[in-house]
Design a protein around this ligand. Structure first.
Ligand SMILES: [Zn+2]
Length: 282
């Protein structure tokens, strides 16, 4: 698998022509692949590459319906996922990744760098930028304050390795509280009832409404301006009556949330930006 090659990786022929990063990557991956060889359905273990000074995760998935190898960027530009169709082995998958290093580089350039929930990071909370500060003495896991200079702060206690998880949990709880308030109000306005409200890390949608009346939302909405979160709540509540995007549906949304246009515009323009924040914690 040198240059065009035959699409297969040959460890005996060495790794000349690969960048040092890919050399390391391939060696790691092959070791993993060999140790997994008794479980043919498994895919190569996720790996981390350094590309242009950024850590890039490479995930592999198998899909019985896939017709060819497909690579796509993961949200936040944290990495790529590679889909393997039936019959494509690990080595071929790795060769595919290697052949597309240039594509990954180009994609990364278009994506803002991920901002982890870590000490020193600045992250939006209700559209206000907050600095994350670690305070080992703090009682309770997370506290939201303003310091004497007027800087908004998210204080987090406990061991440094738990900061990411704690802030993520806190964001989810706050999102839930805000969304429950908004949904209750909109449901009352429209005379509708929902059975359950869940908050998750939905990567592709801000909210959804099931036929059983469960409303689901992305916790990331808590990073947006409040009216944006409120609009998404109204949108999903309106789906309780209209499971479509018909004119009737939009009239319901507008009844519950008259200023929906500016919120929709905000989401279109800024929504993807909210996926930069927080690390691998789902
Ligand atoms: Zn909708």
């Amino acid at each position: 698998m040198h240059g065009e090659g035959d699409g297969r990786y040959d460890s005996a022929r060495g790794l000349s022509g690969l960048s040092p990063t890919f050399d390391r990557f391939m060696r790691n991956l092959l070791q993993n692949a060999y140790s997994l060889s008794t479980k043919p359905r498994l895919v190569p273990a996720p790996q981390t590459l350094e590309i242009d000074g950024r850590s890039v995760v490479v995930e592999f998935r198998r899909n019985a319906q896939a017709r060819r190898l497909v690579m796509r960027m993961l949200k936040k530009g944290v990495g790529v996922s590679v889909t393997l169709p039936p019959g494509v082995g690990d080595a071929q998958a790795l060769a595919f990744v290697q052949a597309h290093e240039g594509w990954i580089k180009a994609q990364l350039k278009t994506m803002p760098e991920a901002v982890p929930f870590a000490t020193g990071s600045t992250v939006p909370f209700l559209d206000e930028l907050h600095e994350i500060v670690h305070d080992g003495k703090l009682r309770g896991a997370v506290r939201n304050t303003v310091d004497t200079d007027g800087q908004c702060i998210i204080e987090v206690s406990g061991a440094p390795e738990h900061i990411e998880r704690r802030i993520n949990d806190w964001m989810k709880r706050e999102a839930r509280k805000a969304l429950a308030m908004c949904c209750a109000r909109h449901a009352e306005t429209l005379g509708l009832k929902y059975s359950k409200l869940t908050v998750r890390d939905q990567s592709s949608r801000w909210g959804s409404c099931s036929s059983r009346g469960t409303l689901s939302f992305s916790w990331r909405l808590i990073m947006a301006p409040y009216p944006v979160l409120d609009y998404v709540a109204a949108h999903e509540v309106a789906h309780l009556a209209e499971m479509n995007h018909s004119d009737r549906f939009w009239r319901l949304v507008e009844t519950a949330f008259p200023d929906m246009k500016s919120s929709r515009q905000w989401l279109r323009k800024n929504g993807s930006r909210l996926h930069r924040y927080g690390g691998a914690v789902a």
